[in-house]
Design a protein around this ligand. Structure first.
Ligand code: FES
Ligand SMILES: [Fe+2]
Length: 344
């Protein structure tokens, strides 16, 4: 079961060239993505209306796509515009078109009621294309229930153990009690690690200052589209970071992590890690992102193993511990939304 009335990040804009097509399953439905000659993106069901051949093994013909089974042609609105051997087209031959929009380097698709698809509801991910920040967009495919990935994001105590030598590097991360708040559409977590001996291992060699550090993770996860945006960083100890002062040497990052279900047991993970210093240094951006990716590979390893155990014996009987308040709230908000949509 998925929340349907939400914008889901479904492709990076750069995946759609002038003349290619991308096929990707989102919430259990396989969609076809392509870019028209006007530069806009179109998203339709990847399924010919005739005998259900995938359109993705068809042929681009200008702004149209031809099914290469019996030759029906569909325009960028999913409308059947040509049927070989017939003047006009047979009835009921259009393909379902999905509301879509390209924003913040991503292609977003609305999987629910088209009448509710307001682009103003696309979650704010502007750090990905704000000139004051630099990032290198990435993608990871998960063989896991999207909710296991959200659980992971809502409980950073795992950084101490899963990411000991990458993103973590501090015992305090598992020991502190984060501030957990419910927002209008999600969960906000605030975590401060004050007076740490140094920066996280992934910043080795990148630090802009020496000595002890105040570190933080402040993030929001909206359950509408599963968009996680995190302000994180490291500042020289005692320079007022917790009070909102960010001295010039403070290293600041904004991580955007979006989990789009492919189906019940697979997910797409679109992410970036923006920084607001060394903006012109694309080699630095790439290196930094590579190091973060090492951490995300550690998460993927754990979460896919966890999914395998659940596949074997189900998820009944999991114990709740003190660190679970964030993820429990996230799960509850998802259940609430699902119930709302089911009753509507
Ligand atoms: S299946 Fe596409 S034209 Fe027949
Ligand atoms: Fe992690």
């Amino acid at each position: 079961m998925f929340i349907r009335n939400a914008w889901y990040a479904s492709a990076w804009g750069h995946e759609l060239q002038a003349d290619n097509m991308v096929s990707r399953k989102i919430l259990g439905e396989t969609l076809l993505f392509y870019r028209t000659s006007q530069g806009s993106v179109t998203v339709m069901r990847d399924r010919c209306s005739h005998r259900f051949a995938p359109l993705s093994i068809g042929r681009r013909e200008g702004d149209c796509v031809r099914c290469m089974y019996h030759g029906l042609v569909f325009d960028a609105a999913g409308k059947c515009v040509e049927e070989p051997g017939r003047k006009g087209v047979s009835p009921n031959t259009d393909v379902r078109l999905y509301p879509s929009a390209e924003r913040y380097k991503l292609v977003w698709v609305w999987m629910g009621d088209p009448a509710l698809a307001d682009p103003a509801l696309i979650p704010d991910c502007h750090f990905q294309d704000d000139p004051a920040w630099a990032c290198d967009p990435r993608y990871i495919y998960y063989e896991a229930d999207y909710r296991l990935i959200l659980d992971n994001l809502l409980d950073f105590s795992h950084l101490t153990f899963v990411h000991e030598n990458t993103l973590g590097g501090s015992k305090k991360i598992a020991e502190i009690k984060p501030k957990v708040e419910q927002t209008e559409d999600g969960v906000k977590l605030t975590r401060w690690y004050l007076d740490e001996p140094g920066v996280a291992p992934y910043l080795d060699g990148f630090a802009t200052f020496e000595g002890r550090v105040d570190r933080w993770h402040i993030y929001h996860l909206t359950t509408l589209g599963n968009v996680f945006v995190m302000d994180s960083g490291s500042a020289p100890v005692g320079t007022g970071a917790p009070e909102g002062i960010r001295v010039p040497e403070a290293m600041q990052f904004v991580a955007t992590q979006i989990v789009t279900p492919e189906d019940e047991k697979h997910a797409h993970f679109f992410w970036s890690y923006a920084h607001n210093f060394r903006l012109e240094d694309s080699a630095f951006t790439r290196m930094l992102t590579d190091r973060i990716q090492e951490g995300f590979v550690e998460d993927k390893f754990f979460i896919e193993k966890q999914q395998a155990v659940i596949d074997e014996g189900g998820s009944e009987g999991m114990a709740f511990i003190l660190a679970d308040n964030g993820l429990a709230l996230g799960r509850r908000l998802i259940e609430q939304k699902l119930a709302e949509e089911a009753s509507a």
